[in-house]
Write a protein that binds this ligand. Structure first.
Ligand code: PEP
Ligand code: CO
Length: 451
């Protein structure tokens, strides 16, 4: 690396490391962290700056209604479940949802996995108490172990190396699946492994039949476009652990700009978006497309300050606001924020996260969500945006490709007393495969009605 690049990375470090960095692990041996960061800095990039730029221009299209973003994946990936089977079912779920949206609503879908790096979580409480014993909360596999013992819960910086390796192998598999024939649209039938008696699967099978016919027609007519055989699939995660994110940040040799090469798209959460804090400072300095989560208490002034800081020049696709207001409050809380953005005039890509404002405790103690709230927040999001002449650009969903029972409701209904059947998440509850498909059909109907 040349001196100029080194000095840019040093400036970046100086800029964020002197500010308040919320939700960072308390490592017992800072020198071990330093050694890990030095090592990660020598590792190859996982994504290229040019790919991030391409995603920025796609996100720009979504800000104008010319494309739609489907961002989805686990609340937190785990090292144990970063297996070929689990990754394949997640990709398949997202591809199926994208097909439903593309074919049903005639809009290009930007596929953005909450995958290949989503290994760290901010937690409401820094410590967890069980039977009078207090230990650090589980912050995701990138930080510590889930098991409730002092050894497992003590943050270990070597886990950042495993985060990098798991992200690399996951992304490699994503790239192989999406370029190597798995995503071929003539295989849409094969992606459906659910029982045809389920309403969402039945509808999906019908749609797959229509797509088959369309594909045959196009082949007969001589069209055999490469774009029907492969898809672009982008990676994203919450940029929480600033030492890791810094280690993955590199200077792009084409432009001299800083890019985070650990994922295409990075977002900061509701809890780390303080305008004078380290997370916002770091992300304002990298050139990837950036997301910021906004909860119900965000003010118009805060949104304006975030735009000033992260997208001062008003580049379309640069800044995505991911609102997670809650189904009960979105109609009150969202309009003033949209209004502030409209007054400001700089372009924003709007995404709804119908998950994080709708987390509840079931009477038997399970952390869960109601499918009906998820659906309500999505439809209110569309209604509010279209009433205000603003453009709803996408959805952000916590989902898995497996048949878990973590979210209440759905066509194959999950009740409070069936949550325990297959409740696997270590953090937030995810839509299962069929609930995800149901959601895609719903969004595709809304898109069709409002376009
Ligand atoms: C999340 O995306 O898992 C999350 C913690 O979201 P938020 O920052 O919106 O609470
Ligand atoms: Co979550």
């Amino acid at each position: 690396m040349n001196n100029e690049a080194n000095s840019q990375l040093r400036d970046l470090y100086a800029a964020w490391s002197t500010l308040d960095a919320k939700h960072q692990p308390n490592y017992p041996a800072p020198e071990e962290l330093e050694a890990v960061v030095d090592y990660l800095r020598t590792m190859p990039p996982l994504v290229f700056a040019g790919e991030a730029d391409k995603l920025t221009s796609l996100m720009a299209r979504a800000s104008q209604g010319e494309a739609f973003v489907l961002q989805g994946g686990d609340c937190a990936e785990t090292f144990e479940t970063a297996t070929a089977d689990r990754i394949r079912s997640k990709i398949r779920t997202i591809l199926q949802m994208a097909v439903v949206l593309t074919y049903g609503a005639s809009v290009p879908v930007i596929k953005l996995g909450r995958m290949a790096g989503q290994y760290a979580k901010p937690r409401s409480n820094a410590t967890e108490v069980r039977d009078g014993i207090a230990l650090p909360s589980y912050m995701g596999d990138a930080v510590n172990g889930f098991e409730f013992t002092p050894e497992s819960r003590t943050p270990d910086p070597r886990r950042l190396i495993e985060m990098y390796q798991r992200s690399a192998t996951t992304l490699n598999l994503i790239r192989a699946f999406t370029a190597g024939g798995f995503a071929d649209l003539s295989k849409v039938h094969e992606w459906n492994l659910g029982f045809a008696s389920n309403p969402a699967y039945k509808r999906y099978n019908q749609l797959a039949g229509e797509i088959d016919k369309a594909m045959k027609f196009m082949e007969a007519a001589g069209a055999n476009s490469e774009s029907l055989r492969t898809v672009d699939f982008y990676s994203s995660h919450e940029a929480l652990l600033l030492n890791y994110e810094h280690a993955m940040t590199r200077v792009d040799s084409r432009t001299g700009n800083l890019y985070n090469t650990g994922a295409h798209f990075l977002w900061i959460g509701e809890r780390t978006r303080g305008i004078n804090d380290a997370h916002v400072e770091m992300l304002s300095r990298i050139h990837n497309p950036i997301g910021v989560k906004l909860g119900p208490n965000v003010s118009a002034d805060e949104v304006k300050a975030l735009i000033d800081k992260i997208n001062p020049e008003g580049k379309a696709g640069r800044l995505t606001l991911i609102t997670r207001m809650g189904a009960q409050t979105i109609t009150e809380q969202l309009p003033p924020i949209i209004e502030a953005v409209q007054r400001d005039g700089r372009p924003i890509t709007w995404i709804t996260d119908p998950m994080h404002g709708n987390t509840i405790s079931a009477s038997n103690g399970y952390k869960t969500r109601r499918m009906s709230d998820v659906v309500k927040e999505i439809s209110e999001f569309f209604t509010v945006h279209s009433e205000m002449g603003s453009c709803p650009g996408g959805v952000h969903i916590e989902l898995t490709g497996d048949d878990v029972t973590e979210v209440l409701g759905g066509a194959e209904e999950i009740f409070e007393d069936t949550l325990s059947t297959r409740y696997e998440t270590l953090v937030d509850p995810r839509l299962n495969h069929q609930q995800s498909l149901e959601t895609a059909f719903l969004v595709s109907e809304i898109l069709r009605e409002t376009s």
